[in-house]
Design a protein around this ligand. Structure first.
Ligand code: C2E
Ligand code: MG
Ligand code: MG
Ligand code: MG
Length: 286
């Protein structure tokens, strides 16, 4: 419409556009302050072995406790952090905090399960990514097998050859590697076979209707079969119901993550769960 009305129109100054730009700017400067003042938090969501019901690990998920806006979810700020490049220092904070906290729990004699952190494309492609990971591991003293990195297919496929090199270097350092949101990007199966991936996380959009939609059921069972035959641990994301759980068990999915087992927990609640053993039987509160 703007074009049709010619060059000198006032479309460029639409108030809602201005508001959006201002909002972005506001969040971006908020994020800078949050980094300096320590306003980020990690929540931890357990991953459960579907056969034994025990916790096999947890995913660290970032939250931002803004003094004015309250507890902000990743969808509200991670995209802006990615576009502004702030995800690099924020991602470092996430990894350092997850390693530090896990090491402290381990030193306190609590059961240590591996913790996964999400890595965005900007971080993964950053020239000092490997160096940064190595530094955090040595600073915190966490053994690398307890750290898992979650990467999406799209990140890995952007430049598959370069990705393979980074993944191999990470594996050599002893970490676990997971593909996140599997099924939502475009994977070349030949790369999937070549990448040193330990864990395949089936995206929650496939899990959602797995008990009622025949197509989703077929897709999920094929994904489980593929992961298992590549010797990967298969994790279903977003498990919310007993029907989904029954399907996943029957199709030999290894682990599940979702509200059926537990919401993401604040560090204090997660620590309590570690202290009480690994069996997660009841859904926990946020
Ligand atoms: P993700 O890595 O796929 O994480 C799983 C998301 O699903 C989490 O949302 C989690 O709270 C949510 N979830 C878990 N169980 C269920 C369920 O049963 N049903 C439904 N509907 N949702 C469930 P969250 O914490 O809002 O994070 C959203 C996304 O933000 C993450 O998706 C990840 O891509 C990104 N993210 C989170 N933390 C970080 C971080 O530290 N760094 C980066 N780069 N990205 C992050
Ligand atoms: Mg994830
Ligand atoms: Mg995911
Ligand atoms: Mg996701």
């Amino acid at each position: 419409h703007a074009k049709a009305r010619g060059r000198n129109n006032c479309q460029l100054f639409r108030p809602e556009m201005n508001t959006r730009a201002v909002q972005r700017q506001f969040i971006e400067s908020g994020l800078r302050r949050a980094l300096k003042q320590g306003e980020f938090l990690l929540y931890y969501q357990p991953k459960i072995d579907l056969h034994s019901g025990t916790m096999t690990g947890a995913e660290a998920l970032i939250r931002w406790q803004d003094p004015q806006l309250g507890l902000m979810q990743p969808a509200q700020f991670v995209p802006i952090a990615e576009e502004s490049g702030l995800i690099v220092p924020i991602g470092r904070w996430v990894m350092r905090e997850a390693c530090r906290q896990l090491k402290a729990w381990q030193d306190a004699g609590l059961l240590a399960v591996p913790v996964s952190v999400n890595i965005s494309a900007v971080e993964f492609r950053h020239k000092s990514f490997l160096e940064g990971v190595a530094l955090i591991l040595s600073e915190t003293g966490l053994s690398p097998e307890l750290l898992e990195l979650e990467l999406t297919e799209s990140i890995l496929m952007q430049d598959a050859e370069a990705s393979a090199l980074v993944l191999t270097a990470l594996k050599r350092m002893g970490m676990q590697l997971a593909i996140d949101d599997f099924g939502t990007g475009y994977s070349s199966l030949s790369y999937l076979k070549r990448f040193p991936i330990d864990t395949l996380k089936i995206d929650q959009s496939f899990v959602h209707d797995v008990a009622t939609d025949a197509d989703d059921a077929t897709i999920v069972s094929a994904m489980i079969g593929m992961g298992r035959s590549l010797k990967q641990r298969v994790v279903a994301e977003g498990v919310e119901t007993l029907e989904q759980l029954a399907f996943l068990r029957a199709h030999q999915c290894h682990d599940g993550q979702g509200f059926q087992f537990s919401q993401p927990l604040c560090a204090e609640d997660f620590r309590r769960l570690l202290g009480s053993g690994t069996r997660v039987t009841t859904p926990h509160s946020q």
